[in-house]
Every structure is written in C-alpha cells, then in structure tokens.
Design a protein around this ligand. Structure first.
Ligand code: ZN
Length: 328
C-alpha cells in the first residue's frame, strides 16, 4: 500500500478524506486512526507522512523516490517521530521526550510529524501530558494517533483529533490482497472467508496447525459420507486431539461450516462464492449425499454446536452429538 490509489481500494473513506486535505491544503493538527488489527493504520500514517514531507508530491501522491520519501521508508526521517509502547504502556517520559524534540524547529523544514502507535496504551500521566501538547499546537505540527480501540482514549484528546474510522476489509478485497502477498488462490479464499484481518490471515497461512484443520474437515466429510459407522471413532481419535482448546475447535467448526456453505453455493451455481475450489469433485459427491435443505440444516446444527462450546458444554459431547446430526 505505497500509493493513495492503492490505499483508496482498501480504505476508501479514510483515504479520500486525507487526500482531500492536500487538495484543500488543510491538514489538521491531530488525527486519530481507529481500526482493528490489519486494517492498515500504520500504512496509512506512513503514506500520509510521505505526502506531507515529499517535495515532489503530485496531487496527494508522494513521489516515493526523493530523499524524504526514502528516509521515511527506512525510518530515518529527522522530522518524523514515532512513539510506541515501551513494555505494556506509553509513559509520560516518552511524551516529554517527544515534546522536547519539538521545541527545536524542524531539522530541515519547519514541519514536524509524530505518530503514536497503540495510543490507547498511554498511561494517564502520558495522556495528560499529550493533551497539553495538543492544546498548544504549532502551525506546522501534525499528530497521528493509531489505536485499535478508541474507547480508552481520553475524551479530551479525542475531541482534539479528526477521527478516521478504518473499515474491516471486505472478503473479496482481502482475498485479492492475500493473493498479491503470495498466498495460493484456494488458501486465500478460505482465509478471507474466515477473517478480514490481513495480518491474522497471513499468520494462519503459515500455520501448519491450520493447514491440518482444512485436511481434517475434508476427512471428516469423507468419513460421514462413506463410512458413517466410523464417525465417532474419527472424532475421538483424529479430530479431537487436534483441537485442544475451545477456540481451536471453534475455528475447526468455522471451516466445517464453509464446506456446507459450499454445497449450497454449488446448488445455487454461485461459482464465485465457492471456497473449496480445489475440492470440486468432493463437493459434487457431497452434494449427492446432502440436499440443499439438509445442508442448510447441517449449518444450523454446527451453529448450535458452536454456541454450546461457548457455554462450556464438554467439547467431546458436543462433537459426538454434532457428528450424529450431520449423518442424518
Ligand atoms: Zn518524494
């Protein structure tokens, strides 16, 4: 996400707002970027900083080639300051240090920019210090506060920032971005269906445990279809040992749900929505076993199982009951 053109595809509203501020030459003193992990907060703040400092800016687009752009990329720009949690929190001393840096005029221009990562982790003292700082803005200073949860930011700070709420990615877009990151098409479809958090999706893509979840779901379907007498055996000997924690089992059931959704997608000729694109033959066989209606019924059984797991019903019991239901 090096350009505004790319950024606009991921965060259309936020990107447009920031681009407009260059058009109108009205850059605020403080911004609060709020969005869950993986929504591009950091990328957005770096891009905005480049546009502020780049001397060959074309509209809002930074040139990406000049000394300013390069130094931002390598983290060496003298007038761009980063504040990140030290340990669990951002401390008052860190804000004081920042303030001290800012008493000197910019090293090379008179512009200065600072980015506070995980701004919700500021201690009360740090927040109060920052508030004072925001209350006396110099013309040439821009602050960007990044946070996953804006709730814990002091109202007095929030009210001095222009708030930009970053949207979770839609699954089609997440899928494209995963493919661009080198994820195979079939994995990208599966991951994008499970999460719209890119960072999490990329981690899952590298995770052997997750690769085995996919395999186990396909094996479970085969057992249910072809060896119904061995269903419980499979659950106890193959399935359960892989899902030691409840949250893992939830993930397994999410993938199982996608399988039944795919059967329905197939019935409805929704080719684009099919997730298990490399398992078309198996999906067709499954469609002979489960009608559209019974697939929908299976989906509600799985949802019910997920609910019970949340309610602390014993996972083995839940899975055994679900297996019998899916075999009906
Ligand atoms: Zn440049």
């Amino acid at each position: 996400m090096q350009t505004w053109k790319e950024m606009k595809e991921i965060q259309p509203l936020a990107a447009q707002m920031l681009m407009n501020s260059f058009k109108k030459d009205r850059i605020s003193h403080a911004y609060l970027f709020q969005g869950s992990r993986g929504t591009g907060k950091k990328e957005l703040s770096v891009l905005f900083a480049k546009s502020i400092f780049c001397k060959n800016r074309n509209g809002a687009e930074p040139c990406l080639e000049c000394r300013d752009c390069h130094r931002i990329d390598t983290g060496n720009h003298p007038d761009l300051h980063w504040v990140e949690p030290e340990g669990q929190s951002i401390k008052k001393e860190q804000i004081l240090h920042l303030q001290k840096e800012f008493t000197y005029t910019g090293m090379e221009s008179n512009r200065k920019v600072y980015i506070i990562v995980d701004a919700d982790k500021m201690t009360t003292n740090a927040s109060n210090r920052l508030l004072k700082f925001l209350e006396e803005p110099s013309q040439q200073t821009t602050a960007m506060l990044l946070t996953e949860s804006g709730q814990t930011i002091l109202d007095t700070i929030r009210s001095r920032c222009q708030l930009l709420a970053l949207q979770p990615l839609n699954s089609r877009r997440a899928e494209e971005m995963l493919i661009a990151e080198g994820v195979s098409e079939s994995n990208a479809k599966l991951l994008a269906a499970l999460t719209n958090n890119l960072t999490e999706a990329l981690e899952m893509n590298e995770d052997e445990w997750f690769a085995n979840v996919r395999k186990l779901v396909i094996q479970l379907i085969e057992v249910l279809q072809n060896k119904p007498n061995e269903g419980l055996l499979f659950i106890n000997h193959q399935w359960m040992p892989h899902f030691k924690e409840r949250k893992h089992l939830q993930r397994g059931l999410d993938v199982l749900m996608l399988w039944f959704q795919d059967i329905i997608n197939q019935y409805l000729d929704r080719e684009d929505s099919i997730v298990f694109i490399t398992e078309r033959e198996k999906l067709e066989q499954a469609a002979m076993r489960w009608s559209r209606q019974s697939s929908a019924q299976c989906l509600s059984y799985i949802l019910e199982a997920k609910r019970k797991i949340n309610q602390n019903v014993h996972p083995n019991l839940v899975m055994e009951q679900l297996t019998l239901q899916l075999q009906r």
